[in-house]
Design a protein around this ligand. Structure first.
Ligand code: ADP
Ligand code: MG
Length: 247
């Protein structure tokens, strides 16, 4: 579904991403791990169109989407959540998701099916799938941090993506919230058929749900393989099992 080839991005003289390579097959859950500053968020920004790469290719369903604007990439079926929560704080939970659904429906708007009505049903479905139905009327800014992160995922689902990209989906969550998010990610993948690419500092979570793992260091892919091979890789052992901070 997605193939990243030799992607590179520099800020001034500083190269944040170089030689980044990654493959995500349809239906897979793939994790990117690496120390702070390794370039994970920048890589995601390059894939989703927040940033334009200096060089390299991002092939999504056979088409090079590198450098396309965010909204075009979103319409092609890629949606993402952010490392730092990014929601409309003063809108309700329901409205936050409805805005995302409406943005997608606009292009299919016709005289016979009022978009807002369609959006209500789809918004309720999404809230149900992530377990936020009971909090639909809450003001988003009043939610717990864990619920805000889940709401972000719900917003990302509003554009009906095929590939969902999650930047540290459990950052700052309590153990209970993390366990809930883990089940949610599994459910989105297995029951709703979403392909998921995520980065995460919680190694237990990574090794529990990722079918493949890409390890980044100083902007480069150092290994991309199944969890067992990654766990046994000497470079990974030296960098992570020696106790370094991951993600
Ligand atoms: P990670 O998500 O793996 O922690 P980032 O992708 O956020 O890493 O950052 C990679 C490196 O690029 C860091 O050294 C960071 O300071 C730098 N960086 C990220 N965004 C910018 C930017 N907009 N301008 C300058 N440097 C940046
Ligand atoms: Mg980051």
């Amino acid at each position: 579904m997605l193939r990243v080839e030799n992607l590179r991005k520099s800020f001034g003289g500083f190269v944040a991403v170089q030689d980044a390579n990654l493959e995500v097959g349809e239906g897979e859950v793939v994790a990117v791990i690496g120390p702070n500053g390794a370039g994970k968020t920048t890589l995601f920004n390059l894939i989703t169109g927040q940033l334009v790469p200096d060089s390299g290719r991002v092939i999504f369903k056979g088409e090079n989407i590198a450098g396309l604007p965010l909204h075009r990439i979103c319409k092609k079926g890629i949606s993402r959540s952010y490392q730092v929560v990014n929601i409309f704080n003063r809108m309700s939970v329901f409205e936050n998701v409805q805005v995302a659904v409406l943005s997608r429906l606009k292009k299919t708007l016709n005289l016979f099916v009022p978009a807002r009505k369609m959006a209500v049903e789809q918004t309720l479905e999404i809230l149900d799938s992530v377990g936020l139905t009971d909090k639909a009327d809450y003001i988003s800014g009043s939610l717990s941090h864990g619920d805000q992160k889940v709401l972000e995922m719900a917003i990302a689902l509003g554009t009906d993506p095929q590939l969902l990209i999650l930047d540290e989906p459990t950052a700052g969550m309590s153990p209970e919230e993390t366990a809930f998010a883990l089940e949610l990610i599994k459910k989105l993948n297995r029951e709703m058929g979403l392909t998921i690419l995520f980065c995460e500092h919680d190694m237990e979570l990574v090794f529990t749900i990722a079918q493949r793992i890409m390890v980044m260091q100083q902007g480069k892919t150092i290994i991309e393989d199944n969890p067992e091979k990654v766990r046994r890789d000497p470079l990974v052992q030296a960098a992570y099992l020696g106790g370094a901070d991951i993600c």
